[in-house]
Design a binder for this molecule. Structure first.
Ligand code: FMN
Length: 177
């Protein structure tokens, strides 16, 4: 199984990115998690640039989504909304073949982002992904210092929880229906 991890934050010390990277490093045998690092290079979505005019960074993203058995997304909330960068990425995928029925697991690095979390689920449902809500995991890292975040994420119980979530995600997509 190969999963693609997408963070909605470009911040150098992003808690969402740290959570996704910790999950990648806790992946058990048989599961590989690649971190997508092209979010900041995507042009602003423009339907006139779909089809033959699709920009190369979008084609690169689409190839990674196509190759992945599932997507793992973690994103902050900005002004009660989905961060523009992540919404832009999703907008590029809306009309493409890669996204319908793609299994998606959502992670949360904050306990406060209920509005954007709900909005993201609505957007993903509208895009016809297979949202696997029961497999998501929340780790409250908001407001913590980088060294504290690292300590939390490398703790054996945390690595075990992250690994278990990955296995549940992988198993969930193998179940019929
Ligand atoms: C411009 C801006 C707006 C924000 N708006 C909200 C908000 O409406 N609700 C909220 O819970 N947090 C808000 N936050 C806090 C971020 O969601 C929070 O810091 C998050 O953990 C950042 O994620 P990151 O560490 O991955 O960058 C905002 C942060 C910024 C920079």
């Amino acid at each position: 199984m190969r999963f693609l991890a997408i963070s909605g934050s470009l911040r150098r010390v992003s808690t969402n990115t740290a959570l996704l990277r910790a999950m990648a490093s806790a992946a058990p045998d048989g599961i590989a998690v690649e971190f997508y690092d092209g979010l900041g290079e995507l042009p602003i979505f423009n339907p006139d640039r779909e089809g033959e005019l699709t920009p190369q960074p979008v084609l690169d993203l689409a190839a990674k989504v196509r190759a992945a058995d599932g997507l793992i997304i973690s994103c902050p909330e900005y002004a009660h909304g989905i961060p523009g960068g992540l919404k832009n990425l999703l907008d590029w995928l809306v009309s493409r073949q890669e996204i319908p029925h793609k299994p998606v697991m959502l992670l949360r690095a904050s306990s406060r982002n209920d509005i954007s979390h709900a909005a993201l689920q609505e957007v993903l449902r509208t895009m016809s992904v297979a949202l696997m809500q029961e497999t998501g995991i929340a780790v409250h890292l908001l407001g913590r210092k980088p060294d504290e975040i690292e300590r939390i994420l490398i703790a054996p119980e945390m690595r075990s929880s992250l690994s278990t979530a990955l296995i549940a995600f992988a198993n969930g997509m193998e179940e019929p229906g």
